[in-house]
Design a protein around this ligand. Structure first.
Ligand SMILES: Cc1cc2nc3c(=O)[nH]c(=O)nc-3n(C[C@H](O)[C@H](O)[C@H](O)COP(=O)(O)OP(=O)(O)OC[C@H]3O[C@@H](n4cnc5c(N)ncnc54)[C@H](O)[C@@H]3O)c2cc1C
Length: 362
């Protein structure tokens, strides 16, 4: 690679793409172009707050990227041609690249019947703009981090509106008994009805249908069971996993097309102990930044360093006044320390705020 007018295209201006752009300032002589379908950055990790009626700040991407010397193209990427090293846009244009950073993130899944027709989501800003006047009862399907945060936020913001949290396991079970006890305690206090062992097989206009055939009556069903990814990479014939995420080597390069680096939710990235990194802002930012470091090293004719990543902790908000911050081992298994209550809510808020400068937005 040479630094002379090397064309770097970053697909996606979410946490991962923006963290990459911030570090690509060091790629002197390279031209950096960022493509995103949205004109503004919205904090995705706060979308449950938006659904609970809180206003969210937005950042104008063109201005933010200009500060980093990157050009912003507002368009949807509709086709990737790795042989021609180009990306086709819905605006009619085509962008050619020497190096591509693929950071298209994730979206709501809809693999269960009725989800697309009858369920709402908080996965993307567009999904989360449905809030004005939440109609209850609300059934939140999925007792993972997003489901827990959403159920707590709704119950706190709309007291009196029945909120039912449906999951296979106890909320926060992956963090162990003490975490479960705290989360359960807060959800009980907020009046959230928790139903475990619930397998939802369909969403109907009357609410989610369980495997035993019963329907949980709900005016609003919100689907929060994980994320799907855009299919651009799979359609382009890149080496992807069953979900369509790009498989990467230790340097975040596509295993089939090393001139493409994949980061954030759209990538399969090995972490400590060979365990895949989970879809999280906490992994999107460092992987985005590291992809930029790999590119810069290449442009300077240096050996890039492999990604070194370790988990530190997981933060859950439980409404605005309570939370849980749990220590994690390097490989994402629960560690020993835990912070609860208002102090945890404050830490979570500070962590969320800290992502803004890390994404180069301030
Ligand atoms: C409610 C909620 C709460 C969360 N809380 C936490 C949390 O507390 N901690 C945590 O670590 N994680 C949390 N997450 C997960 C976190 O938001 C994601 O893992 C993170 O946003 C992934 O970052 P990303 O940059 O890979 O993708 P994204 O943030 O999804 O960004 C992808 C970007 O690509 C753009 N894009 C997509 N397709 C196209 C296309 N075809 N053409 C052009 N542009 C396109 C999108 O517009 C978007 O701007 C939460 C998620 C949700 C929904």
């Amino acid at each position: 690679m040479t630094g002379e007018q090397h064309r770097i295209v970053v697909l996606g201006a979410g946490y991962a793409g923006l963290a990459a752009v911030r570090k690509l300032r060091r790629a002197r002589g390279a031209r950096v172009t960022v493509v995103d379908a949205r004109a503004e950055f919205t904090e995705r990790v706060r979308l449950h707050q938006r659904v609970a009626g809180q206003e969210l700040r937005q950042w104008e991407l063109a201005r933010a990227l200009d500060r980093h010397g990157a050009e912003f193209v507002r368009a949807r990427a509709i086709e990737l041609d790795p042989a021609a090293r180009s990306v086709r846009l819905d605006t009619g244009g085509t962008l050619e690249y020497d190096t591509l950073v693929y950071a298209l993130g994730s979206i709501a899944p809809n693999h269960v019947p009725g989800v697309a027709e009858y369920a709402r989501s908080v996965a993307t800003p567009e999904d989360a703009w449905w809030t004005t006047g939440v109609e209850g009862p609300v059934a939140v399907v999925g007792a993972g981090a997003t489901g827990i945060e959403l159920a707590a936020e709704l119950a706190e913001s709309y007291p009196g509106t029945p909120v039912i949290l449906l999951g296979a396991d106890e909320p926060a079970a992956w963090l162990g008994g003490k975490a479960v006890a705290h989360v359960r305690g807060v959800l009980d206090r907020l009046g959230v009805e928790v139903r475990t062992g619930a397998k939802v097989v369909e969403v109907t206009e009357n609410g989610p249908r369980l495997a035993d055939g019963s329907v949980v009556p709900a005016a609003t069903t919100v689907w929060t069971t994980g994320f799907a990814v855009p299919d651009l990479a799979a359609r382009a014939g890149l080496d992807v996993d069953a979900a369509g995420r790009i498989r990467t080597d230790g340097y975040l390069r596509s295993t089939s097309h090393p001139e493409i680096l994949a980061v954030g939710d759209s990538a399969v990235i090995a972490g400590p102990g060979g365990r895949e990194l989970r879809m999280a802002c906490a992994t999107a930012i460092p992987t985005g930044a590291h992809a930029a470091a790999v590119i810069v090293a290449g442009l300077r004719g240096r050996e890039p360093k492999p990604l070194r990543f370790r988990y530190q902790g997981q933060c859950l908000s439980l409404g605005r006044r309570d939370g849980l911050v749990h220590g994690l081992r390097a490989d994402d298994r629960p560690g020993r320390w835990m912070l609860r209550g208002r102090a945890a809510a404050v830490v979570k808020e500070l962590v969320v705020r800290s992502t803004i400068p890390m994404a180069g937005l301030r």
